[in-house]
Write a protein that binds this ligand. Structure first.
Ligand SMILES: Cc1cc2nc3c(=O)[nH]c(=O)nc-3n(C[C@H](O)[C@H](O)[C@H](O)COP(=O)(O)OP(=O)(O)OC[C@H]3O[C@@H](n4cnc5c(N)ncnc54)[C@H](O)[C@@H]3O)c2cc1C
Length: 459
């Protein structure tokens, strides 16, 4: 089918107003959040229902046009934008925003794939529930994108990643077939776990159109504390103690002084203590009764704590979180940084971080910032000063960093996925037999490789 013919057919399927071909209208869909991945799309299509998604996929599959599913475009590995060839159609889920009433009996809700996390949170809270996954990009990141990347965030240590919350899915395969399995039954041993398969598939196997999510009862109390330590190893061993004494521990995030200085210099955020500390731990405990006395007692009894602050109000709680959550924005403001989102066994994490930072050479060379979800052994390395290097140099640096991850027994992707960024390194975390299994699945479900070619798997 000709370019014009495909555009006209897409217009007939979703309405001409929802097929964007004007470069000025497409541009926001062609650049990713990091600024590192900029592509070109032949069109951006915004279907408004599962049937329209099926029609779009059927047309593109037959026309041999690659399709890049896109939610909030907050992904950090280049998976949500097209490549530079101008051959792909971006399928935006922005109009898939249906929100079903919360099923209070089951503690579940079915949401359109394009519903932003913050909207889902608001909807769940109004019914006395909470979405178990939370992350700083909540205003834009969508439920479909979070399922497709198996997003993690700050509460994984208590509730698990997105895959554990997804109780059912509706999804469209490249050829237009629809999988709809949304009953949300706790017990449902009827064969393959297709919802689980699509979680983390990064838009390469199907387009999610609806997701049924498990909710948890909204805790009536939340207490947040910030502690300062002499080093990261001190923060890691304190966490082991806190885990044992605080069953309601929901989040344990770490940051180090250079990152805190950066956030303060970019956003003017106040210093939390009178004196600086090399490492910090933010913890949050939630419960049906006020956990403040338990938290205060647990922090008091901890070895290695040099300073501690417990938030006594929602405003103070937000201020403590702001220091940690604004790291990504602060780095983007002075960057762009090269990002490595990895997980490491907790016992080896401080040594790994030391070795990774030592790969770079401040004051004049690149600088490696790091922070992360300590409770899950998840480190976000962000290296400033690499932008503009030749691809071959960047690849050598990626190889050195991710090689350290493999040596430490870690995973090269903790929560952001593989995307385009980490595709060459997938073999560090997956065996040849597993990769052959991936290729078999891809060919079976998407024989023409229409969905997100070049992402996750070699094309
Ligand atoms: C400030 C900031 C903080 C962040 N913090 C975290 C964090 O703590 N934890 C974490 O896990 N991530 C984090 N992220 C990364 C990002 O928010 C997540 O990866 C999120 O899940 C992406 O959702 P999205 O809707 O923006 O997806 P997009 O960026 O649009 O897409 C991501 C991938 O999913 C695919 N996709 C999107 N929608 C669908 C769909 N409906 N069907 C099939 N495939 C689809 C895309 O093709 C792409 O491969 C952060 C990002 C930012 C900018």
């Amino acid at each position: 089918m000709s370019r014009r013919g495909l555009e006209a057919a897409l217009g007939a399927a979703v309405g001409p107003d929802h097929v964007l071909t004007d470069p000025d209208l497409r541009v926001g869909y062609e650049l990713d959040w990091t600024g590192d991945y900029r592509g070109s799309a032949r069109a951006v299509v915004r279907p408004g229902s599962t049937a329209e998604v099926a029609a779009v996929l059927r047309l593109c599959d037959r026309a041999g046009a690659p399709v890049v599913p896109q939610g909030g475009n907050t992904g950090l590995v280049g998976g949500s934008v097209p490549d530079a060839t101008g051959s792909a159609v971006v399928l935006s889920t922005a109009r898939l925003r249906a929100v079903d009433p919360v099923d209070r009996d089951a503690g579940q809700v079915t949401l359109g794939a394009g519903v932003p996390l913050a909207v889902a949170q608001h909807h769940a809270r109004a019914a006395g529930f909470e979405v178990p996954v939370d992350l700083a990009a909540r205003e834009s990141a969508t439920i479909g994108g979070m399922a497709a990347t198996n997003a993690g965030g700050t509460r994984v240590m208590r509730h698990g990643t997105m895959r554990r919350q997804v109780m059912g899915i509706e999804a469209v395969l490249a050829g237009g077939d629809v999988w709809s399995h949304l009953a949300g039954l706790e017990k449902d041993n009827t064969g393959y776990d297709l919802a689980g398969l699509l979680c983390g598939s990064e838009g390469t196997l199907a387009v999610l159109t609806r997701v049924r999510l498990r909710l948890v009862p909204a805790p009536s109390h939340r207490v947040t504390a910030l502690m300062g330590f002499a080093d990261l190893a001190g923060a890691a061993s304190a966490l082991t103690g806190l885990r044992a004494s605080l069953p309601g521990l929901e989040a344990a995030e770490y940051m180090v002084r250079p990152g805190v200085d950066l956030v303060r210099s970019v956003f003017g955020t106040p210093d939390p203590f009178d004196r600086p500390h090399p490492a910090y731990l933010v913890v949050e405990v939630a419960g049906a009764t006020d956990p403040l006395p338990e938290v205060a007692a647990a922090v008091d009894g901890l070895a290695g704590v040099l300073d501690a602050a417990v938030a006594g109000s929602e405003r103070q709680r937000q201020a403590l979180w702001e220091l940690r959550e604004r790291h990504t924005d602060a780095l983007a403001a002075v960057g762009p940084p090269r990002k490595y989102d990895v997980s490491i066994p907790l016992a080896r994490l401080p040594d790994f971080v030391e070795a990774a930072v030592a790969l770079f050479a401040p004051p004049n060379g690149p600088v490696c910032h790091h922070f992360g979800h300590l409770g899950d052994g998840n480190v976000h390395l962000n290296v400033l000063g690499l932008h503009g290097l030749a691809d071959s140099d960047l690849e050598a640096i990626d190889g050195a960093v991710l090689g350290l991850v493999a040596d430490a027994g870690g995973s090269i992707s903790a929560e952001h996925g593989i995307g385009r960024l980490k595709r060459p390194w997938l073999g560090l975390s997956r065996s040849p037999a597993e990769l052959a299994g991936f290729a078999t699945l891809k060919s079976a479900l998407d024989p023409r490789h229409t969905l997100n070619p070049g992402v996750l798997l070699a094309d």
